[in-house]
Design a protein around this ligand. Structure first.
Ligand code: TA6
Length: 299
């Protein structure tokens, strides 16, 4: 397997940023888009298509330290979503977003740069998730952003895989955006006492919003009239879509987010949460994919 330096050397649009010691970032500067990915968590923190505003939100007060998930970008939640289903002592959102990944391949053409990252099975990870697995995350960076998380069960026993591509999208103002595509979908509202509901019309944000839309494969569109843009979010290999915005009170409690930071992002996550988690038999593989593109009124 080629090492990081060799891969960067053969990928003209790729460079290494080591401004923070022992916490490397990859920078992509391609004709079609720019992007930034931390090796920690294989965590995309920026994606900006040419002639567009940034599409991905990362907190200006995010903490870049091994073992701490970056606030914003695309945290990889794996192999479970939010609290572990049986052991609340295990880290929320799993083990992938708080460990360093390896860049295992890189290529580019006139349309995009394609990077694949692999998660090593460290002792620390095995202590939280014992089964043998292969986990690869491929990001295609161009006019469209395509993120694909591939899990292969290389152990001799079945194991359950849940999780999410927990994407933070950059918006003008949470008070002025709406989401379409989940009309009449069933969702678990996890704010306060959990309840099961059916979505009525578009999703708007009047306060803390934390919903797991279940058994849905629908595309979602973020309508942002202030910025005169729509963000189209497609997915595959996912039966849940999570929609989250902490609103003011929860934002103040998050030390790695400015108090008013909640106004400038909405999370729309391709997920497999709760009963949508998948049992992988030995030798089986599953992929979770999210595809993002920006539509403008002229289109
Ligand atoms: O995706 C929604 C959610 O599960 C919320 O409940 C909230 O906890 C959010 O994820 C962020 O989680 P984090 O562990 O990154 O603070």
């Amino acid at each position: 397997m080629q090492d990081l330096t060799q891969l960067i050397a053969v990928t003209p649009s790729l460079s290494l940023e080591t401004s923070q010691e022992n916490y490397p970032f990859l920078k992509v500067q391609h004709e079609k888009a720019t992007a930034k990915i931390a090796l920690h968590g294989a965590h995309l923190t920026e994606w900006t298509p040419k002639n567009e505003k940034p599409v991905i939100y990362t907190s200006p007060t995010a903490i870049y330290r091994e073992g701490k998930a970056i606030r914003g970008g695309v945290p990889i939640c794996w192999p479970w979503f939010n609290a572990h289903p049986h052991n609340s002592n295990l880290p929320s959102h799993g083990v992938a977003r708080t460990a360093f990944w390896h860049l295992s391949s890189a290529s580019e053409n006139e349309d995009a740069v394609t990077l694949t990252f692999t998660l090593p099975r460290s002792e620390k990870l095995i202590a939280h998730f014992e089964p043998e697995f292969e986990l690869n995350f491929t990001i295609q960076i161009g006019e469209e952003l395509v993120m694909t998380l591939l899990t292969k069960n290389t152990s001799s026993e079945p194991f359950q895989v849940g999780g999410a591509l927990h994407t933070y999208f950059s918006i003008s103002d949470i008070a002025d955006v709406s989401l379409t595509g989940l009309e009449s979908a069933t969702y678990i509202d996890t704010v306060g006492k959990e309840s099961l509901n059916r979505q009525n019309g578009n999703i708007t944000f009047l306060g803390e919003t934390d919903r797991i839309y279940v058994e849905t494969v629908n595309d979602v569109t973020i309508e942002d009239p202030n910025w005169r843009r729509s963000i189209l979010i497609k997915k595959s290999g996912s039966s849940s879509t999570v929609v989250w915005n902490p609103a003011a009170e929860k934002a103040i409690a998050l030390t790695d987010l400015p108090d008013d930071g909640y106004k400038n992002f909405v999370c729309v996550e391709a997920a497999n949460a709760r009963k949508d988690a998948i049992i992988l038999e030995p030798g089986q593989l599953t992929t979770l994919e999210q595809r993002v593109s920006v539509l403008n009124p002229s289109e």
